[in-house]
Design a protein around this ligand. Structure first.
Ligand code: ZN
Length: 198
């Protein structure tokens, strides 16, 4: 009986600790998404227990209502949340310097970059952008801001966006391929006066 009680207490402590950890991450990511979206929004990570049955495959999602307006919450997948939680650690490893180059990095580094891109991309939907292609274009341009908020210094944050645009984005096709206006000075350039892109 006493063993059962101790076991129950240990499980309760684990559940509490996990819920707190997940809430802390949600809170941190929500602040970043809100800054990008320009309004208060929420990021929802599955946490350990819901993560066990989390099997979707888009990285994240935002629902749009019949009125065409986005919900206030994006749900991110377990793996994306894990990579975002580990961003600070990942960028301190020596292999992360690869982001300054224009060839593909290690899977670990690419996953970290991709997680930041997903957060930026879903934040565009929360801003009200429905098109996947336009959201992707804006997401890459706002990736430096997102990367900075996740812990990268400005120069590294810029390098990450350039790396994604030149190395990873060309591999994307279909709905997520960049529209023709997604170039320096183009119709989707968020800062046309600036000569650098993204
Ligand atoms: Zn999307």
């Amino acid at each position: 009986m006493r063993t059962l009680l101790v076991l129950a207490l240990v499980v309760a402590a684990l559940v509490y600790w996990e819920a707190r950890r997940e809430l802390g991450l949600d809170h941190r990511l929500s602040a970043i998404a809100s800054e990008v979206a320009g309004r208060p929004v929420n990021v929802d990570c599955p946490g350990f227990f819901r993560g066990l049955v989390d099997i979707s495959g888009n990285g994240g999602s935002v629902m749009f209502g019949p009125d065409g307006k986005p919900s206030n919450t994006t749900r991110l997948e377990t793996s994306v949340c894990g990579d975002l939680a580990g961003y600070g650690k990942a960028r301190k490893r020596s292999d992360f310097a690869c982001v300054y180059g224009s060839v593909s990095c290690s899977a670990r580094v690419e996953r970290t970059i991709y997680a930041a891109l997903i957060l930026s991309h879903e934040s565009q939907h929360l801003r009200g952008v429905r098109s996947e292609a336009v959201a992707e274009c804006y997401a890459i341009q706002m990736l430096p801001l997102v990367a900075q908020r996740l812990g990268s210094p400005p120069e590294e944050a810029k390098a990450i966006a350039t790396h994604f645009l030149t190395v990873d984005q060309p591999l994307v096709s279909g709905d997520y391929a960049l529209p023709p206006g997604c170039v320096n000075g183009g119709s989707l350039d968020l800062d046309p006066s600036n000569q650098s892109f993204p």
